[in-house]
Design a protein. Structure first.
Length: 99
């Protein structure tokens, strides 16, 4: 069982400010999680191959390739945009540099 000071330390590391009521709540919850982890450590996994996904899914990568450009459609979109620069749609900046 975690004590109040340990929970306060964890909260401080996470930059959380907890009330006394929250400290007690999280003390119980975190202790329960750690107890469950202790139970899991009792299980023998000798000979069990590690898996990253139980379904055996594989990530299939493809090469990036240009599919061709519809010049007429691109030109129409750029012409209908409020601004254009070097063949691209120009938009208002939403980020500002701080000095």
């Amino acid at each position: 069982m975690l004590n109040k000071e340990e929970v306060q330390r964890i909260a401080a590391l996470a930059r959380l400010e907890l009330s006394e009521k929250e400290l007690e709540k999280y003390r119980k919850e975190l202790s329960s999680i750690l107890d469950y982890i202790e139970k899991l450590e009792e299980v023998s996994v000798k000979g069990v191959e590690p898996t990253s996904h139980p379904g055996g899914l594989k990530n299939i990568f493809r090469e990036d390739e240009e599919k061709g450009k519809d010049e007429e459609r691109a030109r129409g979109m750029i012409e209908s945009a409020p601004g254009e620069k070097d063949g691209y749609v120009k938009v208002k900046s939403i980020l500002k540099r701080s000095k």
